[in-house]
Design a binder for this molecule. Structure first.
Ligand code: SF4
Length: 352
């Protein structure tokens, strides 16, 4: 439920009101903005970055009582898992979800786990869950000796999993899983896809026993939008360009790019590129636009236009409404046992 407490204000008045609320709340408030937020939201935030990096920053600040996360639901949940007891996390629009995160849930993952362990035995498999998932799935990993990973540390976390078992169940992003398996030297035939709606994920028992990595059949619509054809088109247009893509892209796209990495990696890549260079970026369009504005001495352009409509749900109007109702509306919490178990899986990642 969301109500604009100040209906009738124009955009500049809304922004002025947000600035006033920020001044009034001072150090008690931190506004976190994910890299994929629109520029006017990033301009109003205190920090911009990757989701986990942002959550850690807010949780480390004891003066902060209110964390307003301009991002999507799983990010606010991660902030709530890490938050200190006196901190409240709010999401300006609670319907801001994630297509990928919605592709796996506690029931489907438990069913997969039962199918795989029934085929191979429970002591051989370690679950690795991507940050882009519900807290319940992070808790599942905590319970089952698994770990959380981000797009930056997926190879490290997956290597850790192989040190603790013979087989990895990687969810919910098939493509990050496959790109990671490839980075670790696995062959395509070492990895199978688990389709949650099919018996035994659509595999025969021998394939499940043989596989080293079992990849959940999930994906990000923003990053699977990019195709090899788009890379070829940009190469023809800008032969001198470096093409950088996100590891949620398909392996075909990643293998044609010059570099692949998380959003923070992309920001660093552009910052460190020589003046005058051309960089084509395959990620959410708001980050590409911002990088182009921030680095006018470089030619930064998109691989194609791909927008996350969930991220785009956060706007100045619902941000102001949240600040006007600070600590009270759209509060995101993670309940006791889920929080403890999810924290366990996150702590394993932090200990890497
Ligand atoms: S960009 Fe993809 S992974 Fe990120 S929130 Fe949007 S749908 Fe989810």
């Amino acid at each position: 439920m969301q109500v604009n407490a100040k209906a009738g204000l124009d955009n500049s008045e809304i922004i002025e009101n947000i600035r006033t609320r920020k001044r009034q709340l001072g150090k008690e408030l931190i506004i976190l903005t994910h890299h994929y937020q629109r520029n006017e939201i990033v301009d109003l935030g205190d920090f911009a970055g990757d989701s986990f990096e942002l959550s850690k920053k807010a949780a480390a600040d004891s003066d902060c009582r209110y964390i307003v996360f301009c991002g999507v639901h799983f990010m606010a949940e991660s902030a709530a898992i890490l938050a200190q007891p006196h901190q409240v996390v709010q999401l300006p629009d609670v319907s801001a979800g994630c297509w990928m995160a919605a592709m796996a849930n506690a029931t489907t993952v438990q069913a997969a786990w039962d199918g795989i362990t029934g085929t191979c035995g429970a002591d051989r498999i370690v679950p690795v869950v991507y940050m882009n998932s519900d807290a319940e799935l992070k808790a599942f990993c905590g319970r089952h000796g698994g770990i959380v990973c981000t797009s930056s540390n997926a190879p490290k976390a997956t290597r850790w999993a192989f040190e603790n078992g013979e087989k990895v169940l990687f969810f919910p992003d098939q493509h990050l899983g496959r790109n990671t398996g490839h980075d670790l030297g696995l062959a395509p035939e070492d990895m199978i896809v688990w389709s949650p709606l099919k018996p035994l994920g659509g595999n025969d028992p021998a394939a499940v026993r043989r596989a080293k990595m079992i990849l959940w059949d999930g994906h990000c619509q923003v990053h699977t939008h990019f195709t090899p054809g788009m890379i070829r088109k940009r190469r023809a247009e800008f032969p001198e360009a470096k093409i950088v893509v996100h590891p949620e892209c398909t392996h075909e796209v990643v293998s044609l790019a010059d570099a692949c990495g998380s959003t923070s990696f992309m920001v660093k890549y552009v910052r460190e590129a020589p003046a005058g260079s051309t960089i084509v970026i395959g990620t959410e369009i708001n980050l590409v636009h911002r990088l182009a504005l921030e680095f006018p001495d470089k030619n930064v352009t998109d691989l194609d236009h791909s927008l996350c409509s969930h991220m785009y749900k956060i706007n100045p109007e619902n941000l102001l409404w949240t600040l006007d109702n600070i600590g009270r509306v759209n509060v995101v919490t993670v309940a006791g046992q889920t929080k403890a178990e999810a924290r366990l899986a996150l702590d394993r990642m932090l200990a890497l």
